[in-house]
Design a protein around this ligand. Structure first.
Ligand SMILES: [Zn+2]
Length: 435
């Protein structure tokens, strides 16, 4: 592939270069050159005219659940522990390999259409191979892991410690490093996992250079459960079991003691912030400005469709900024910082080279149209993106220079077929789950 994106306003998200009109040459999947807008196209490059659009790095979401996309609307108006036990666990337990595929395809379609090009995803206990298959078809960059659960679970989702470990190791052997896919070991959260499982996970994940992905300190009720189980605060317990470090991504981290914050800083543990999910489940508001000031890398994720109920980065960016403005005052988490969290910081969290528009980096790019009535205006393009834009602004998405969204449609998948597959799968799963 060899093409020339001509005439956009380029937001490099590299933290230093100002936004500017420029043209970008993409060759062999990489950004080959960033040239003045009037520069002629390099020899042989196909010209793609994107004048008047913003060109930015693809969004990176560091906490999603593709297996739950099928369950949007089935678990509204509940707090986390009821949300899990009365809806999400029974529905996940009723999933089959085919329904997981359609759920993942539905979620991936929404993610791509709204400009997300890389994710860190937690699947459920079974049929994780179907998530990998859908991700491989979609072309997205993804680190995916089955949810590990070895404590008793009323929906029957739990396994033995050995089963949870062995099936994770088998999936890692099959998928880690295959194309744009990687394996990420994913203990669900501390109350679902024994100490043995968590301790072993830290060893086997590191031996394979895989990320570790779990939930922590999402609600006060969860914090109390962890104290009852371990006698410790959540992050303190995880740290003692080896589940902290720069290769660990903790989703949420809302209710943290001073000691837990210090552990995150000292160990380089990374935080995935999910503002929509936190607000909808009434979990609380994570202290993101304080964590960033202390040196903790924080990025963004939509979490699952049943707790959001959207999966686009525009919603997460807007809410991330607004809830901190409400809590600590406008400007405490400015639009430019939020855009950085959604791109470069997310990519760094996952150890990807993407997330910035720089020569030599992979061409994971999104072209968005700022000329919609609801987004049109002057000022900082980061403000337009974070506060005004919606997913409908996305015109084109490239991953490693391959077009994955063109003129507002996903390349390679029929939306009609996706919805038909989801309709049949949902009816079957709901029948089995009784939800
Ligand atoms: Zn989650």
């Amino acid at each position: 592939m060899n093409f020339f994106l001509r005439g956009a306003v380029v937001l490099t998200c590299d933290g230093t270069t100002p936004d500017r009109p420029a043209s970008v040459h993409v060759e062999n999947g990489q950004i080959a050159a960033i040239l003045p807008p009037s520069a002629p196209a390099p020899n042989g490059a196909e010209i793609v005219d994107i004048e008047g659009l913003f060109l930015l790095p693809g969004f990176v979401q560091t906490h999603t659940h593709l297996v739950q996309a099928l369950f949007r609307g089935l678990a509204d108006d509940l707090a986390l522990l009821d949300w899990l036990s009365t809806r999400i666990w029974p529905l996940e337990a009723a999933h089959d390999a085919e329904s997981v595929y359609w759920s993942a395809r539905l979620g991936l379609t929404e993610l791509l259409l709204s400009g997300t090009t890389a994710i860190l995803d937690m699947a459920t206990v079974h049929h994780t191979g179907s998530v990998f298959e859908a991700a491989a078809e979609s072309g997205i960059r993804a680190a995916i892991g089955k949810a590990m659960m070895d404590r008793d679970n009323e929906a029957g989702l739990s396994e033995s410690t050995d089963q949870a470990l062995q099936s994770s190791v088998d999936l890692a052997a099959e998928w880690h490093g295959k194309g744009r896919l990687r394996y990420a070991f994913a203990p669900r959260f501390l109350p679902s996992c024994t100490d043995d499982l968590l301790r072993e996970t830290s060893k086997i994940a590191r031996a394979r250079e895989c990320l570790i992905h779990t939930h922590a300190s999402e609600t006060q009720a969860e914090v109390e459960m962890v104290r009852a189980l371990t006698g410790q605060d959540n992050v303190v317990a995880l740290d003692a079991l080896g589940l902290t470090g720069p290769d660990v991504v903790l989703a949420h981290c809302i209710h943290l003691s001073e000691e837990e914050r210090d552990i995150l800083v000292r160990t380089g543990t990374q935080v995935a912030h999910c503002p929509s999910s936190n607000l909808k489940l009434g979990s609380g508001i994570a202290p993101i400005p304080a964590l960033i000031d202390a040196g903790v890398r924080c990025s963004l994720g939509a979490d699952g469709a049943p707790c959001n109920n959207r999966m686009d980065m525009f919603t997460e960016m807007r809410l991330a900024a607004l809830i901190q403005a409400s809590r600590e005052g406008p400007g405490v988490l400015p639009a430019r910082t939020v855009l950085q969290m959604a791109t470069a910081d997310g990519a760094d969290t996952l150890g990807l080279e993407t997330g910035r528009i720089e020569v030599g980096r992979p061409a994971d790019l999104v072209a968005v149209d700022p000329n919609a009535i609801h987004a049109w205006g002057g000022g900082d393009p980061a403000g337009t993106l974070v506060y005004a834009m919606t997913p409908g602004a996305v015109r084109s998405v490239w991953i490693a220079g391959e077009a994955r969204v063109r003129d507002g449609s996903v390349v390679g998948w029929s939306t009609e077929e996706t919805l038909q597959g989801c309709t049949k799968a949902l009816s079957r799963v709901r029948g089995h789950a009784g939800v």
